[in-house]
Ligand binder design. Structure first.
Ligand SMILES: *Cc1c(COP(=O)(O)O)cnc(C)c1O
Length: 221
């Protein structure tokens, strides 16, 4: 199937109100254009340099989402245009995003990444850490960022029970705080597990290979 057929199929499978971040990492401008030409505008990258290069080259009505881990010293390269940063997991990073957003007179939406996978991962916060951040006095002083929701990555497994447990835990946490903190987005689900994530209330899925085909490089950089 072609990229345009794939993206239509994935979109048609999403309930109303769920957004699709089409993940374009390692994919060429030409491949991205095939998705763009179907009318799709929300794309995601996990590397700063790659996202900046694509933003520079491509149509400016694309909404670029940074879905990967962000190093503080690189925030300045994306602050002018990024529309959502999915994987924020500490206050120092939020401070830097706030500082860079201020320079561009912007308010940048961010999601807090919550660790839900059983696998050892360097990134993501515990629910306790997220609560400490959300209730901190310091957060209230950051006028150029907005915590717009939560993001999570499940264990890489086919085990439905485990996926259900992990997504379910994040949904429970999200539902318990979303009204108080005005959270809109629950970003969870990738090519292999997004149907399960949808059952657990995902409002935003990040799908790459199911649209653009397999990538031929080592993940998790
Ligand atoms: C690569 C990536 C995705 C998409 O992965 P696929 O399995 O290709 O759909 C989603 N989220 C993050 C954070 C990623 O790095």
């Amino acid at each position: 199937m072609s990229i345009s057929e794939n993206i239509k199929r994935v979109k048609d499978s999403l309930p109303d109100g769920v957004s699709l971040v089409a993940v374009t990492k390692t994919k060429s401008e030409d491949e991205i254009l095939q998705a763009y030409d179907t009318g799709h505008r929300m794309f995601g990258e996990n590397k700063i340099q790659e996202m900046v290069a694509k933003w520079e080259q491509m149509a400016k009505d694309i909404e670029w989402h940074m879905i990967g881990h962000v190093q503080r010293n690189k925030v300045k390269y994306i602050a002018a245009f990024v529309s959502l940063i999915h994987a924020v997991d500490n206050l120092k990073l939020l401070n830097e995003i706030n500082k860079q957003a201020a320079k561009h007179n912007r308010v940048i939406d961010c999601l807090l990444q919550i660790k839900i996978a059983e696998e050892e991962s360097k990134f993501g916060m515990s629910e306790e850490d997220a609560m400490a951040l959300l209730t901190s006095e310091e957060l209230k002083t950051l006028d150029h960022i907005r915590i717009a929701g939560l993001m999570g990555m499940a264990t890489f497994t086919d085990d439905r029970k485990q996926l259900s447990a992990e997504f379910g835990k994040l949904r429970t946490f999200f539902n318990s705080i979303k009204d108080t903190y005005k959270l809109k987005h629950l970003s969870m689900g990738m090519s292999a597990d997004y149907p399960v994530a949808l059952e657990y209330g995902s409002t935003m899925v990040r799908v790459g290979s199911a649209i653009f085909g397999a990538r031929n490089y080592q993940e998790n950089g």
